[in-house]
Design a protein. Structure first.
Length: 134
């Protein structure tokens, strides 16, 4: 079981610059909700969630986020497949990929980072690490 160090951290020293629409896609419903609550509490950003890449794509079409935070390994459609579809509409949408298995996806992540506005955050992660990438 993965643990996420997202409780008890205060980010009052982090500047809250503007507002942004963010989509969080993760098949772990509790983690997606926790990320949404943390971002909305610590910033002025608007956050929507989806439980896999298929649902994430539908939310993207209606919400048009500037940033997508997505797990890589999900049922129905993984994070890379989601972003391939999204980039047909918006090739420059920022992406933060999440995974507990960086080695498995290393070559794909390197290509993403070279070609697109993409970052990677390994699970488990802290709230300050996530907010720092926004």
């Amino acid at each position: 079981m993965l643990e996420y160090n997202l409780q008890g951290e205060s980010l009052s020293g982090i500047a809250r610059l503007g507002t942004m629409k963010i989509l969080v896609v993760d098949d772990n419903k509790k983690l997606a909700s926790l990320i949404r609550c943390a971002i909305e509490t610590e910033t002025h950003h608007t956050v929507r969630t989806a439980l896999d890449g298929s649902d994430g794509y539908l939310v993207f079409l209606h919400f048009n986020p500037e940033l997508i935070i997505t797990d890589i390994d999900m049922p129905r459609k993984n994070g890379f497949e989601l972003m391939r579809q999204v980039r047909m509409h918006n090739p420059m949408v920022r992406t933060i990929y999440l995974s507990a298995d960086q080695d498995r996806f290393k070559s794909l992540l390197e290509l993403e980072e070279e070609k697109y506005r993409a970052d990677f955050l390994g699970k488990p992660f802290s709230l300050s690490e996530l907010i720092g990438l926004l």
